[in-house]
Design a protein around this ligand. Structure first.
Ligand code: THU
Length: 131
């Protein structure tokens, strides 16, 4: 799957977002090195802090299906003028399983930037930090 296809797939997830509070849909698509794809959207909650971000939805879907490694690229997209940067909690969750992950971060006009998770989360705290 090309980067463009992964970003476009993440855009298809925007209409699955449950966003009655922020009205800010986010879509995600996570592809593994073997080509398996896990998608996600944000799922909000009346207790706002219980909201799940789109990236974490995709990641937790993958882990709950038995995937713990081999994550290659993650597209994160929004309808915003600015790029839909992953929040700090998502960066941390992704770092646990995929410190080498590449991210494709898009804005509403579907332009996207490509960067690494370690660029977004330098000196991250991960499983090896506990050794
Ligand atoms: N959101 C995500 O889904 N991913 C992020 O990394 C940033 C924020 C969602 C959470 C909430 O539903 C909405 O965007 C506004 O914060």
């Amino acid at each position: 799957m090309t980067d463009r296809e992964l970003v476009d797939l993440a855009f298809t997830m925007l209409n699955r977002s449950y966003v009655p509070y922020s009205h800010f849909p986010v879509g995600a698509a996570l592809v593994c090195t073997d080509g398996t794809v896990f998608t996600g959207c944000n799922v909000e909650n009346a207790a706002y802090g219980s909201t799940l971000c789109a990236e974490r939805t995709a990641l937790v879907k993958a882990v709950s299906e038995g995937r713990r490694d081999g994550f290659d690229r993650l597209a994160v997209v929004g309808n915003s003028a600015d790029y839909c940067w992953p929040c700090g909690a998502c960066r941390q969750m992704l770092y646990e399983f995929a410190p080498e992950l590449k991210l494709l971060v898009a804005r509403s006009d579907r332009q996207f930037v490509t960067l690494t998770l370690t660029e977004l989360l330098p000196h991250g705290f991960g499983p090896r930090s506990l050794d």
